[in-house]
Design a protein around this ligand. Sequence first.
Ligand SMILES: *[C@@H]1O[C@H](CO)[C@@H](O)[C@H](O)[C@H]1NC(C)=O
Ligand SMILES: *[C@@H]1O[C@H](CO)[C@@H](O)[C@H](O)[C@H]1NC(C)=O
Ligand SMILES: *[C@@H]1O[C@H](CO)[C@@H](O)[C@H](O)[C@H]1NC(C)=O
Ligand SMILES: *[C@@H]1O[C@H](CO)[C@@H](O)[C@H](O)[C@H]1NC(C)=O
Ligand SMILES: *[C@@H]1O[C@H](CO)[C@@H](O)[C@H](O)[C@H]1NC(C)=O
Ligand SMILES: *[C@@H]1O[C@H](CO)[C@@H](O)[C@H](O)[C@H]1NC(C)=O
Length: 481
Amino acid sequence: MRRMGVIKCFGLLLFFLVTLICSNIDGCEARKGRHWKQKKSSSTSLVRKKGNGKNGGSSNRSGHLSPPPSSDLPGTEYPAPPTAATFDVIDFGANGDGVTDDTKAFEAAWAAACKVEGSTMVVPAQYEFLVGPISFSGPYCQPNIVFQLDGTIIAPTDAKSWSSGLLWWIEFTKLQGITIRGSGIIEGRGSIWWTNTESDVDPINDELGLKLPHLKPTALRFYGSYNVTVTGITIQNSPQCHLKFDNCEAVQVFNMTVNSPGNSPNTDGIHLQNSRDVMIHHTNMSCGDDCISIQTGSSNINIHSVNCGPGHGISIGGLGKDNTKACVSNVTVRDVNILDTMTGVRIKTWQGGSGSVQSVKFSNIRISEVQIPIVIDQFYCDRSSCKNQTSAVALAGIAYENIRGTYTVRPVQFACSDASPCSDISLTGIELEPLQEHYHMCEPFCWQAFGELFTPTIPPIVCLQNGKPSSNRLLSDHDMC
Ligand SMILES: *[C@@H]1O[C@H](CO)[C@@H](O)[C@H](O)[C@H]1NC(C)=O
Ligand SMILES: *[C@@H]1O[C@H](CO)[C@@H](O)[C@H](O)[C@H]1NC(C)=O
Ligand SMILES: *[C@@H]1O[C@H](CO)[C@@H](O)[C@H](O)[C@H]1NC(C)=O
Ligand SMILES: *[C@@H]1O[C@H](CO)[C@@H](O)[C@H](O)[C@H]1NC(C)=O
Ligand SMILES: *[C@@H]1O[C@H](CO)[C@@H](O)[C@H](O)[C@H]1NC(C)=O
Ligand SMILES: *[C@@H]1O[C@H](CO)[C@@H](O)[C@H](O)[C@H]1NC(C)=O
């Protein structure tokens, strides 16, 4: 009898999930009054040309050598490191007027920088560079190149520039040691793409009446690189995801900003996939989707001192789509503020997947006005309904510590799969209060969630089952990661 009741509630929950989580929640988009950072002033007013870059005032600075590093430290006998050359895009013919296509100049500056170890490619302040889809490709480049971005790079908005659809706008690939730094802005001018709804009913056109492709590009993507640093810059208004790392190792992202409206569709902040040893800290993200999205193949991910919101919070997944195997391990998220988002910290997997998510810790998370702060959803589905399947990406060793603040819908939701229950969930110092006390709020929800409460929680989470599930398939070959 009790089980019948539970199943009924569970059906209701699925309905709830489908209508609430899987669709874009209006409530999430309605309140976007507060951003964490002040918006930088509109980039269109940035153009201030210093004479004519190519022929006029500015001297040819490319190939200028920086002063050799001081070698007068007593007792140091090291050979002087190779002197670093700088390559300024203005010297390669870039106009920086925000209108002329500067793609070729960027390609030429890169070709030169690529040949010199430790060189710096310079995108100077106070110019606005219109640059089309571009690849800073590295298999034959020297190591440790710096991309010094102090100006603004803007994306083309005409359909012609995007041909039949591209996955990214600016990419860096196959580099050993690449740093993007500076106070510059990567401006995706994404608003013309955002109205292009998934329903295909209202295809949008550019100024010339040409249709933009349906595939929306990621603004900045790193692929197959080792020792990658992104710091100082702002990436804003991307058509889709802002910053993506795929197949990278030893990645550092800090002191940077992602900024787009809370109602811009699919504009993830930072997306990690097949990447290891990643540090993200002192970074502010406001966007229309996950602030950080951790996908399959990610391990040793360390996130701290980050502000997120508006957006959909920090998420692992969706994993296991289309019966794929997914592996994520050793993720730490600590000292994070999450404000005005759909979910806070979330793990989402599709039915039918395999593999596992293991060793995850969320600690010291300050939550404000979040619809559902703590979520595990093993029934993730971004359509109106998904087929019920038994296999699932297994979840084990998920720790939540000191997660405090206010929610607007439900404090905690653990919806785990029957065939592969969540195990070893630990909760310590959870204090979540409804934003408006008089409202009727949903209770904590658990389904097939096993673990331990180490301290009393607010509200009480009585639905977490103590101990281990009887059938734990985590160690089957199918799921080994
Ligand atoms: C999947 O299972 C749930 C719970 O048993 C049930 O409510 C739902 O109707 C099923 N969905 C489909 C598409 O079969
Ligand atoms: C600038 O100087 C470098 C090296 O002296 C030369 O190779 C390059 O062609 C020059 N560029 C322009 C735009 O004059
Ligand atoms: C990583 O990159 C930095 C900056 O480019 C460089 O100084 C450092 O030597 C690199 N480290 C390794 C291990 O390659
Ligand atoms: C952060 O980046 C900005 C440029 O956007 C720079 O001015 C500032 O010095 C950096 N702060 C730190 C602590 O590195
Ligand atoms: C992020 O926001 C905080 C709070 O507004 C601010 O102090 C900090 O400087 C911001 N960081 C960056 C990188 O802009
Ligand atoms: C987990 O990640 C941390 C840093 O994020 C690292 O120090 C630690 O060695 C990793 N553990 C394993 C088992 O890889």
